[in-house]
Design a protein around this ligand. Structure first.
Ligand code: SF4
Length: 456
Protein backbone atom coordinates (compact mmCIF):
# COMPACT_ATOMS: atom_id res chain seq x y z
CA UNK A 1 0.00 0.00 0.00
CA UNK A 2 1.29 3.46 -0.98
CA UNK A 3 0.15 6.57 0.88
CA UNK A 4 0.65 8.94 -2.04
CA UNK A 5 0.57 8.03 -5.70
CA UNK A 6 1.64 10.60 -8.27
CA UNK A 7 0.24 9.71 -11.63
CA UNK A 8 0.14 11.15 -15.15
CA UNK A 9 -0.07 10.41 -18.83
CA UNK A 10 2.96 11.55 -20.85
CA UNK A 11 2.99 12.32 -24.58
CA UNK A 12 5.25 9.32 -25.17
CA UNK A 13 7.58 6.87 -23.43
CA UNK A 14 10.57 9.07 -24.27
CA UNK A 15 9.11 12.06 -22.36
CA UNK A 16 9.35 11.39 -18.60
CA UNK A 17 7.61 13.92 -16.33
CA UNK A 18 9.95 16.18 -14.37
CA UNK A 19 6.88 17.68 -12.64
CA UNK A 20 5.99 14.42 -10.84
CA UNK A 21 9.59 13.96 -9.74
CA UNK A 22 9.69 17.51 -8.37
CA UNK A 23 6.50 16.92 -6.39
CA UNK A 24 7.90 13.72 -4.88
CA UNK A 25 11.34 15.22 -4.15
CA UNK A 26 9.70 18.10 -2.28
CA UNK A 27 7.47 16.01 -0.02
CA UNK A 28 10.01 16.18 2.80
CA UNK A 29 9.51 13.29 5.25
CA UNK A 30 6.68 11.97 3.08
CA UNK A 31 8.94 11.40 0.06
CA UNK A 32 9.47 7.72 0.82
CA UNK A 33 5.71 7.22 1.24
CA UNK A 34 5.15 8.32 -2.36
CA UNK A 35 5.31 6.40 -5.65
CA UNK A 36 5.20 7.59 -9.25
CA UNK A 37 3.35 5.93 -12.12
CA UNK A 38 3.59 7.25 -15.67
CA UNK A 39 1.67 6.14 -18.72
CA UNK A 40 1.45 7.13 -22.36
CA UNK A 41 -1.57 8.19 -24.37
CA UNK A 42 -1.57 4.90 -26.26
CA UNK A 43 -2.01 2.68 -23.19
CA UNK A 44 -5.49 1.45 -22.38
CA UNK A 45 -7.68 2.89 -19.60
CA UNK A 46 -7.76 -0.59 -18.00
CA UNK A 47 -3.97 -0.66 -17.76
CA UNK A 48 -3.90 2.81 -16.22
CA UNK A 49 -6.66 1.97 -13.75
CA UNK A 50 -4.95 -1.26 -12.72
CA UNK A 51 -1.86 0.66 -11.57
CA UNK A 52 -3.97 2.96 -9.41
CA UNK A 53 -5.89 0.07 -7.89
CA UNK A 54 -2.71 -1.92 -7.20
CA UNK A 55 -1.23 0.88 -5.08
CA UNK A 56 -4.35 1.25 -2.89
CA UNK A 57 -3.16 4.77 -2.28
CA UNK A 58 -4.74 7.23 0.14
CA UNK A 59 -3.90 10.29 -1.98
CA UNK A 60 -3.86 10.25 -5.77
CA UNK A 61 -2.11 13.28 -7.28
CA UNK A 62 -2.69 13.67 -11.02
CA UNK A 63 -0.84 16.07 -13.31
CA UNK A 64 -3.19 17.39 -16.00
CA UNK A 65 -2.04 19.06 -19.21
CA UNK A 66 -4.01 20.30 -22.17
CA UNK A 67 -3.26 17.20 -24.24
CA UNK A 68 -4.00 14.56 -21.56
CA UNK A 69 -7.04 16.34 -20.06
CA UNK A 70 -9.64 14.34 -22.01
CA UNK A 71 -7.91 10.99 -21.34
CA UNK A 72 -7.65 11.74 -17.62
CA UNK A 73 -11.32 12.73 -17.48
CA UNK A 74 -12.20 9.35 -19.05
CA UNK A 75 -10.04 7.59 -16.47
CA UNK A 76 -11.59 9.46 -13.55
CA UNK A 77 -15.05 8.53 -14.83
CA UNK A 78 -13.97 4.88 -14.93
CA UNK A 79 -12.41 4.88 -11.46
CA UNK A 80 -14.57 2.63 -9.22
CA UNK A 81 -16.31 4.65 -6.48
CA UNK A 82 -15.52 2.08 -3.76
CA UNK A 83 -12.29 2.87 -1.84
CA UNK A 84 -11.58 5.84 -4.05
CA UNK A 85 -8.47 7.71 -2.89
CA UNK A 86 -8.45 11.44 -2.16
CA UNK A 87 -7.99 12.97 -5.60
CA UNK A 88 -5.74 16.00 -6.03
CA UNK A 89 -5.54 17.55 -9.48
CA UNK A 90 -2.71 19.87 -10.50
CA UNK A 91 -0.60 20.72 -13.52
CA UNK A 92 -0.73 23.51 -16.09
CA UNK A 93 -4.27 22.74 -17.22
CA UNK A 94 -6.07 22.84 -13.87
CA UNK A 95 -5.14 26.30 -12.58
CA UNK A 96 -7.53 28.32 -14.69
CA UNK A 97 -10.39 25.90 -15.38
CA UNK A 98 -13.83 27.32 -14.61
CA UNK A 99 -15.72 25.78 -11.66
CA UNK A 100 -18.12 24.01 -14.02
CA UNK A 101 -15.35 22.13 -15.81
CA UNK A 102 -16.34 18.40 -15.74
CA UNK A 103 -12.90 17.20 -14.60
CA UNK A 104 -13.16 19.24 -11.39
CA UNK A 105 -16.20 17.20 -10.30
CA UNK A 106 -13.73 14.41 -9.53
CA UNK A 107 -11.22 16.55 -7.62
CA UNK A 108 -11.28 16.62 -3.85
CA UNK A 109 -8.58 19.27 -4.09
CA UNK A 110 -6.94 21.17 -6.90
CA UNK A 111 -3.56 22.84 -6.85
CA UNK A 112 -3.41 26.27 -8.48
CA UNK A 113 -0.03 27.44 -9.74
CA UNK A 114 3.30 25.90 -8.77
CA UNK A 115 2.71 22.64 -7.00
CA UNK A 116 5.71 21.56 -4.95
CA UNK A 117 5.05 23.37 -1.68
CA UNK A 118 1.27 23.35 -1.92
CA UNK A 119 1.15 19.60 -2.55
CA UNK A 120 3.53 18.89 0.33
CA UNK A 121 1.46 21.02 2.70
CA UNK A 122 -1.76 19.38 1.60
CA UNK A 123 -0.38 15.83 1.96
CA UNK A 124 1.13 16.74 5.35
CA UNK A 125 -2.28 17.91 6.48
CA UNK A 126 -4.19 14.96 5.02
CA UNK A 127 -1.80 12.35 6.44
CA UNK A 128 -1.30 14.28 9.70
CA UNK A 129 2.45 14.17 9.21
CA UNK A 130 4.99 16.53 10.73
CA UNK A 131 5.37 19.68 8.61
CA UNK A 132 8.66 20.46 6.91
CA UNK A 133 9.88 23.70 5.39
CA UNK A 134 12.70 24.65 3.11
CA UNK A 135 13.70 25.76 -0.35
CA UNK A 136 12.67 23.90 -3.47
CA UNK A 137 14.60 20.63 -3.86
CA UNK A 138 15.69 19.38 -7.24
CA UNK A 139 14.33 16.05 -8.41
CA UNK A 140 16.96 14.89 -10.87
CA UNK A 141 18.01 12.00 -8.59
CA UNK A 142 14.57 10.48 -9.27
CA UNK A 143 15.41 9.85 -12.92
CA UNK A 144 16.48 6.23 -13.26
CA UNK A 145 19.59 5.29 -15.24
CA UNK A 146 17.28 3.94 -17.94
CA UNK A 147 15.42 7.29 -18.06
CA UNK A 148 18.71 9.16 -18.51
CA UNK A 149 20.23 6.83 -21.07
CA UNK A 150 17.18 6.13 -23.22
CA UNK A 151 14.75 9.02 -22.82
CA UNK A 152 14.92 12.79 -23.12
CA UNK A 153 16.19 14.40 -19.90
CA UNK A 154 13.94 17.34 -19.03
CA UNK A 155 15.66 20.03 -16.95
CA UNK A 156 14.84 23.59 -15.92
CA UNK A 157 17.25 26.40 -15.13
CA UNK A 158 14.48 28.96 -14.72
CA UNK A 159 10.74 28.92 -14.25
CA UNK A 160 8.15 31.37 -15.58
CA UNK A 161 8.39 33.96 -18.33
CA UNK A 162 8.87 37.73 -18.15
CA UNK A 163 6.60 38.31 -21.16
CA UNK A 164 2.82 38.48 -21.20
CA UNK A 165 1.61 37.09 -24.54
CA UNK A 166 -2.16 37.11 -24.30
CA UNK A 167 -2.60 33.48 -25.43
CA UNK A 168 -0.10 31.95 -23.01
CA UNK A 169 -0.21 31.02 -19.33
CA UNK A 170 3.53 30.91 -18.70
CA UNK A 171 3.96 34.59 -17.97
CA UNK A 172 0.75 35.11 -16.03
CA UNK A 173 0.34 35.84 -12.38
CA UNK A 174 -2.09 33.27 -11.03
CA UNK A 175 -4.77 33.51 -8.40
CA UNK A 176 -2.52 32.17 -5.68
CA UNK A 177 0.25 34.56 -6.73
CA UNK A 178 2.64 31.63 -7.15
CA UNK A 179 3.77 32.66 -10.60
CA UNK A 180 5.15 36.15 -10.37
CA UNK A 181 7.63 36.37 -13.23
CA UNK A 182 10.82 34.40 -13.57
CA UNK A 183 12.62 32.40 -10.94
CA UNK A 184 16.22 31.50 -11.85
CA UNK A 185 17.74 28.47 -10.13
CA UNK A 186 21.26 29.11 -8.77
CA UNK A 187 23.71 28.22 -11.52
CA UNK A 188 26.47 26.57 -9.44
CA UNK A 189 24.08 24.03 -8.03
CA UNK A 190 22.40 23.57 -11.40
CA UNK A 191 25.72 22.77 -13.09
CA UNK A 192 26.67 20.31 -10.35
CA UNK A 193 23.40 18.50 -10.95
CA UNK A 194 23.93 18.48 -14.72
CA UNK A 195 27.41 16.99 -14.26
CA UNK A 196 25.96 14.18 -12.15
CA UNK A 197 23.28 13.50 -14.76
CA UNK A 198 25.88 13.39 -17.55
CA UNK A 199 28.06 11.00 -15.54
CA UNK A 200 25.01 8.76 -15.12
CA UNK A 201 24.48 8.68 -18.90
CA UNK A 202 22.17 11.60 -19.69
CA UNK A 203 22.90 12.87 -23.17
CA UNK A 204 19.69 14.28 -24.64
CA UNK A 205 18.76 17.40 -22.68
CA UNK A 206 15.56 19.33 -23.17
CA UNK A 207 15.18 22.60 -21.26
CA UNK A 208 11.71 23.40 -19.96
CA UNK A 209 12.62 27.11 -19.60
CA UNK A 210 9.95 29.00 -21.49
CA UNK A 211 12.15 31.88 -22.69
CA UNK A 212 15.61 30.48 -22.17
CA UNK A 213 17.38 33.54 -23.60
CA UNK A 214 15.44 36.32 -21.84
CA UNK A 215 18.61 36.75 -19.76
CA UNK A 216 21.19 36.61 -22.55
CA UNK A 217 24.32 36.52 -20.37
CA UNK A 218 22.98 33.63 -18.30
CA UNK A 219 21.86 31.80 -21.48
CA UNK A 220 25.41 32.11 -22.85
CA UNK A 221 26.92 30.69 -19.65
CA UNK A 222 24.57 27.68 -19.74
CA UNK A 223 25.21 27.08 -23.44
CA UNK A 224 28.99 27.27 -22.85
CA UNK A 225 28.64 24.66 -20.10
CA UNK A 226 26.92 22.24 -22.48
CA UNK A 227 29.33 23.08 -25.30
CA UNK A 228 32.18 22.00 -23.02
CA UNK A 229 30.36 18.74 -22.31
CA UNK A 230 29.90 18.11 -26.03
CA UNK A 231 33.55 18.92 -26.77
CA UNK A 232 34.91 16.84 -23.92
CA UNK A 233 33.49 13.68 -25.40
CA UNK A 234 36.45 11.82 -26.86
CA UNK A 235 34.96 10.40 -30.07
CA UNK A 236 32.92 11.97 -32.83
CA UNK A 237 30.26 9.36 -32.34
CA UNK A 238 29.81 10.38 -28.72
CA UNK A 239 29.89 14.07 -29.56
CA UNK A 240 26.94 13.76 -31.87
CA UNK A 241 25.14 11.51 -29.40
CA UNK A 242 24.73 14.45 -27.02
CA UNK A 243 22.33 17.26 -27.79
CA UNK A 244 20.70 20.08 -25.94
CA UNK A 245 17.38 21.69 -26.80
CA UNK A 246 16.39 25.26 -25.86
CA UNK A 247 13.26 27.33 -26.44
CA UNK A 248 14.23 30.86 -27.53
CA UNK A 249 12.39 34.15 -27.93
CA UNK A 250 13.49 35.69 -31.24
CA UNK A 251 13.64 39.26 -29.85
CA UNK A 252 16.52 38.27 -27.52
CA UNK A 253 18.96 36.79 -30.03
CA UNK A 254 22.08 38.93 -30.35
CA UNK A 255 25.71 38.60 -31.49
CA UNK A 256 26.88 37.35 -28.10
CA UNK A 257 24.41 34.45 -28.18
CA UNK A 258 25.12 33.74 -31.86
CA UNK A 259 28.85 33.55 -31.15
CA UNK A 260 28.24 30.76 -28.63
CA UNK A 261 25.80 28.94 -30.87
CA UNK A 262 28.29 28.96 -33.75
CA UNK A 263 30.67 26.79 -31.71
CA UNK A 264 28.29 23.82 -31.40
CA UNK A 265 29.05 20.94 -33.79
CA UNK A 266 26.31 19.65 -36.10
CA UNK A 267 23.38 17.84 -34.45
CA UNK A 268 24.27 18.94 -30.91
CA UNK A 269 22.15 22.10 -30.61
CA UNK A 270 18.39 22.22 -31.18
CA UNK A 271 16.48 25.47 -31.01
CA UNK A 272 12.76 26.03 -30.88
CA UNK A 273 12.02 29.65 -31.79
CA UNK A 274 8.56 30.99 -31.03
CA UNK A 275 7.85 33.43 -33.87
CA UNK A 276 4.04 33.02 -33.63
CA UNK A 277 3.13 35.88 -36.00
CA UNK A 278 4.77 38.19 -38.52
CA UNK A 279 1.83 40.61 -38.66
CA UNK A 280 2.64 43.81 -36.73
CA UNK A 281 -1.00 44.59 -35.83
CA UNK A 282 -1.54 41.03 -34.62
CA UNK A 283 1.66 41.10 -32.64
CA UNK A 284 0.60 44.28 -30.85
CA UNK A 285 -2.86 42.84 -30.16
CA UNK A 286 -1.44 39.73 -28.46
CA UNK A 287 1.14 41.83 -26.58
CA UNK A 288 4.25 40.30 -28.07
CA UNK A 289 7.33 42.46 -28.06
CA UNK A 290 10.12 42.69 -30.64
CA UNK A 291 10.79 44.01 -34.11
CA UNK A 292 9.64 41.60 -36.84
CA UNK A 293 12.39 42.38 -39.35
CA UNK A 294 15.12 42.06 -36.72
CA UNK A 295 13.69 38.74 -35.55
CA UNK A 296 13.65 37.37 -39.10
CA UNK A 297 17.21 38.55 -39.61
CA UNK A 298 18.26 36.80 -36.39
CA UNK A 299 16.65 33.52 -37.53
CA UNK A 300 18.38 33.82 -40.91
CA UNK A 301 21.70 34.35 -39.19
CA UNK A 302 21.20 31.26 -37.01
CA UNK A 303 20.33 29.11 -40.01
CA UNK A 304 23.22 30.51 -42.09
CA UNK A 305 25.96 30.88 -39.51
CA UNK A 306 25.40 27.99 -37.08
CA UNK A 307 24.85 24.25 -37.40
CA UNK A 308 21.86 24.33 -35.04
CA UNK A 309 18.68 22.51 -35.93
CA UNK A 310 16.07 25.28 -35.93
CA UNK A 311 12.41 24.68 -35.48
CA UNK A 312 10.22 27.82 -35.77
CA UNK A 313 6.62 28.11 -34.53
CA UNK A 314 3.78 30.05 -36.13
CA UNK A 315 0.20 30.30 -34.85
CA UNK A 316 -2.90 30.60 -37.05
CA UNK A 317 -6.14 32.10 -35.72
CA UNK A 318 -4.71 35.15 -33.94
CA UNK A 319 -6.58 38.50 -34.04
CA UNK A 320 -6.39 40.63 -37.23
CA UNK A 321 -4.67 37.86 -39.19
CA UNK A 322 -6.46 36.85 -42.38
CA UNK A 323 -5.44 34.12 -44.78
CA UNK A 324 -3.38 36.43 -46.96
CA UNK A 325 -1.44 38.04 -44.09
CA UNK A 326 -0.83 34.59 -42.62
CA UNK A 327 0.43 33.37 -46.01
CA UNK A 328 2.71 36.40 -46.24
CA UNK A 329 4.15 35.69 -42.77
CA UNK A 330 4.63 32.01 -43.57
CA UNK A 331 6.51 32.83 -46.78
CA UNK A 332 8.77 35.31 -44.98
CA UNK A 333 9.56 32.76 -42.31
CA UNK A 334 10.19 30.06 -44.91
CA UNK A 335 12.66 32.40 -46.63
CA UNK A 336 14.69 32.50 -43.40
CA UNK A 337 15.20 28.72 -43.88
CA UNK A 338 14.47 27.19 -40.48
CA UNK A 339 14.80 23.39 -40.62
CA UNK A 340 11.16 23.01 -39.63
CA UNK A 341 8.12 25.27 -39.43
CA UNK A 342 5.60 24.08 -36.87
CA UNK A 343 2.23 25.56 -37.72
CA UNK A 344 -0.14 25.50 -34.75
CA UNK A 345 -3.74 26.59 -34.36
CA UNK A 346 -4.43 29.12 -31.59
CA UNK A 347 -5.75 27.53 -28.41
CA UNK A 348 -7.97 29.70 -26.21
CA UNK A 349 -6.71 28.36 -22.88
CA UNK A 350 -8.80 28.92 -19.75
CA UNK A 351 -7.39 31.89 -17.85
CA UNK A 352 -5.78 33.65 -20.83
CA UNK A 353 -6.76 37.16 -21.80
CA UNK A 354 -7.25 36.12 -25.42
CA UNK A 355 -10.02 33.79 -24.25
CA UNK A 356 -11.61 36.62 -22.30
CA UNK A 357 -11.43 38.85 -25.39
CA UNK A 358 -12.42 36.13 -27.89
CA UNK A 359 -15.85 37.61 -28.63
CA UNK A 360 -14.45 41.02 -29.42
CA UNK A 361 -12.11 39.44 -32.01
CA UNK A 362 -14.89 37.27 -33.44
CA UNK A 363 -12.96 34.20 -32.31
CA UNK A 364 -14.94 30.98 -31.96
CA UNK A 365 -13.20 28.05 -30.28
CA UNK A 366 -13.92 24.54 -29.11
CA UNK A 367 -15.18 24.44 -25.51
CA UNK A 368 -13.29 21.17 -24.99
CA UNK A 369 -9.51 20.65 -24.71
CA UNK A 370 -7.40 21.63 -26.58
CA UNK A 371 -9.75 24.65 -27.07
CA UNK A 372 -8.65 25.19 -30.67
CA UNK A 373 -9.92 28.14 -32.64
CA UNK A 374 -12.55 27.19 -35.21
CA UNK A 375 -13.00 30.59 -36.88
CA UNK A 376 -12.16 34.24 -36.40
CA UNK A 377 -13.51 37.55 -37.68
CA UNK A 378 -10.77 37.36 -40.33
CA UNK A 379 -10.67 33.65 -41.20
CA UNK A 380 -13.80 31.63 -41.89
CA UNK A 381 -14.45 28.18 -40.46
CA UNK A 382 -13.56 26.72 -43.86
CA UNK A 383 -10.33 28.75 -43.98
CA UNK A 384 -9.29 27.52 -40.52
CA UNK A 385 -10.05 23.93 -41.55
CA UNK A 386 -7.84 24.40 -44.64
CA UNK A 387 -4.98 25.75 -42.51
CA UNK A 388 -5.31 22.83 -40.12
CA UNK A 389 -5.15 20.42 -43.05
CA UNK A 390 -2.15 22.36 -44.45
CA UNK A 391 -0.41 22.04 -41.03
CA UNK A 392 -0.93 18.28 -40.92
CA UNK A 393 0.40 17.66 -44.44
CA UNK A 394 3.26 20.14 -43.92
CA UNK A 395 4.32 18.14 -40.87
CA UNK A 396 4.29 14.74 -42.59
CA UNK A 397 5.59 15.82 -46.01
CA UNK A 398 7.95 18.75 -45.38
CA UNK A 399 9.07 18.63 -41.73
CA UNK A 400 9.53 14.84 -41.70
CA UNK A 401 10.70 14.92 -45.34
CA UNK A 402 10.04 11.31 -46.35
CA UNK A 403 10.37 12.15 -50.09
CA UNK A 404 13.48 14.37 -50.48
CA UNK A 405 13.48 13.83 -54.25
CA UNK A 406 10.03 15.47 -54.51
CA UNK A 407 10.65 18.37 -52.13
CA UNK A 408 11.98 20.88 -54.72
CA UNK A 409 8.74 20.45 -56.69
CA UNK A 410 6.56 20.62 -53.58
CA UNK A 411 8.01 23.77 -51.98
CA UNK A 412 8.58 26.26 -54.75
CA UNK A 413 6.94 29.12 -56.59
CA UNK A 414 6.40 32.75 -55.66
CA UNK A 415 4.49 31.74 -52.57
CA UNK A 416 5.41 28.45 -50.90
CA UNK A 417 2.30 28.86 -48.76
CA UNK A 418 -0.08 29.16 -51.72
CA UNK A 419 1.60 26.30 -53.54
CA UNK A 420 1.44 23.98 -50.54
CA UNK A 421 -2.12 25.03 -49.68
CA UNK A 422 -3.18 23.97 -53.14
CA UNK A 423 -1.35 20.64 -52.75
CA UNK A 424 -2.79 19.97 -49.30
CA UNK A 425 -6.35 20.79 -50.51
CA UNK A 426 -5.88 18.34 -53.41
CA UNK A 427 -4.41 15.66 -51.13
CA UNK A 428 -7.38 15.85 -48.79
CA UNK A 429 -9.89 15.51 -51.63
CA UNK A 430 -7.92 12.63 -53.13
CA UNK A 431 -7.29 10.71 -49.87
CA UNK A 432 -10.30 11.73 -47.77
CA UNK A 433 -8.12 12.11 -44.67
CA UNK A 434 -4.78 13.50 -43.49
CA UNK A 435 -3.87 10.96 -40.81
CA UNK A 436 -2.91 7.28 -40.65
CA UNK A 437 -1.43 7.35 -44.14
CA UNK A 438 0.94 4.70 -45.34
CA UNK A 439 4.12 6.19 -46.84
CA UNK A 440 3.64 4.54 -50.24
CA UNK A 441 0.00 5.67 -50.41
CA UNK A 442 1.02 9.22 -49.50
CA UNK A 443 3.79 9.28 -52.13
CA UNK A 444 1.40 8.08 -54.84
CA UNK A 445 -1.11 10.74 -53.83
CA UNK A 446 1.52 13.49 -53.84
CA UNK A 447 2.74 12.41 -57.28
CA UNK A 448 -0.84 12.25 -58.56
CA UNK A 449 -1.63 15.76 -57.26
CA UNK A 450 1.60 17.25 -58.62
CA UNK A 451 0.81 15.72 -61.99
CA UNK A 452 -2.77 16.95 -62.14
CA UNK A 453 -2.06 20.37 -60.59
CA UNK A 454 1.20 21.21 -62.37
CA UNK A 455 1.60 18.49 -64.99
CA UNK A 456 4.91 17.27 -63.43
S1 SF4 B 1 7.29 34.55 -24.66
FE1 SF4 B 1 6.56 32.45 -24.95
S2 SF4 B 1 6.43 31.56 -22.91
FE2 SF4 B 1 6.58 33.79 -22.65
S3 SF4 B 1 4.46 34.50 -22.47
FE3 SF4 B 1 5.05 34.66 -24.65
S4 SF4 B 1 4.43 32.69 -25.61
FE4 SF4 B 1 4.43 32.42 -23.34
Amino acid sequence: MTDILLWTVNAGWIHPSLALRLLKANLGPLENRCAIEEFTLRQSTEEKLAAITAHQCRILGISVSIWNHTGILQLLRALPPANRPIIVLGGPETSYLGPDSPILEYADYRIIGEGEHQFRNLCTHLLSAAPSEGALKSAYHLYTDEDLQKKLTYVESSRGCPYRCSFCLSGMKNEGGATTGVYEFPLDEFFTQMEILIKRGAHRFKFLDRSFNHNIKRACVIMEFFLKQVESRPHDKDKTAMFVHFELVPSRINDELLDVMKKFPADTLRLEIGVQTLNARTKAAVKRTGDIEKELAAISRITNETKAIVHADLIAGLPHEDLSSFANGFDKLYAAHPCEIQLGILKCLPGTSIRADADSYGIGYSPDPPYEVIQTADITREGMARIKNFARFWEVIVNRNPFPDLLPTIVCGDSVFDQFMSLSDSLLSRLGRNWGLDRAVLRDAVLGCLHSNYNV
